[in-house]
Design a protein around this ligand. Sequence first.
Ligand SMILES: Nc1ncnc2c1ncn2[C@@H]1O[C@H](COP(=O)(O)OP(=O)(O)OP(=O)(O)O)[C@@H](O)[C@H]1O
Ligand SMILES: [Mg+2]
Length: 269
Amino acid sequence: MTARTAAPGTSPTPPTTEPCPVAISIRSLNVKFGNRHVLRGIDLDVPRGSTLCVMGLSGVGKSTLIRSIVGLLKPDSGQILVNGQDVVPMNESELNEIRVKCGMVFQSAALFDSMTVGDNVAFALREHHHRGEEEIMRIVSEKLSMVDLEGMEHLLPSQLSGGMQKRASIARALASGADILLYDEPTTGLDPIISNVINELIKDLQRQITATSIVITHDLRSAYSIADEIAFLFNGEIVEKGTPQQFQKSNNPYVVQFREGSTRGPIRV
Ligand SMILES: Nc1ncnc2c1ncn2[C@@H]1O[C@H](COP(=O)(O)OP(=O)(O)OP(=O)(O)O)[C@@H](O)[C@H]1O
Ligand SMILES: [Mg+2]
């Protein structure tokens, strides 16, 4: 892994007129931090309009995987095609183009505390899109109503509950026009009912804007409810991938141990 800003730029493949049927395609992805080899030759395809849940133990590299997709870190080797374009060799300005279509909802919601909800949602629009203020406010209001936060532009993040902060963070990703959404533990720390509100929102966005989503979650119930496919990461590799039904029935010993929350099995705790 090297600092992302030092990445040399090479020209990405020009966009095609037909949308790529596979929104995200990862090949032989390797990420190391010093001598710690976190991701070891990951291959993954996420078809457009589908939801992939990524599960695995704490520290296994789930956040590293999605941070690589939006170029927040540069992998040691491999390809990450987003809408057919390899992000790995891209420079910051090319990555900013990718981040317009591919938004990240961070583990901590990561809203700017001193800015209102409206300004948080408008942030990328003001930074990168050069739109008039009236249009920005219209987009902000539209995205806030998509996440059921209509009229809350003027509140500060500290005046929102945890679940509302997560929704504001989703509105912020949507505001720049993203239809690929990468969620890092969107329901962690939320009660089961509010978790369900977030799960329903993820499913609504899949229907409304044909969103393609990667959702990192530790919550089996959430994964079974929202995923088209579940990938299970262990020791830097995807050791199981399949539909929720396949995951529920899998005899893979890593999956069985995770599903049962057992201290006994091949995963040493
Ligand atoms: N920038 C970094 N520099 C050095 N090591 C890092 C960095 N980012 C992550 N790591 C290490 O890489 C490993 C994977 O981290 P990552 O955050 O991807 O795990 P995770 O699966 O998301 O865990 P969690 O479920 O706890 O969020 C960890 O050992 C972590 O300490
Ligand atoms: Mg993480």
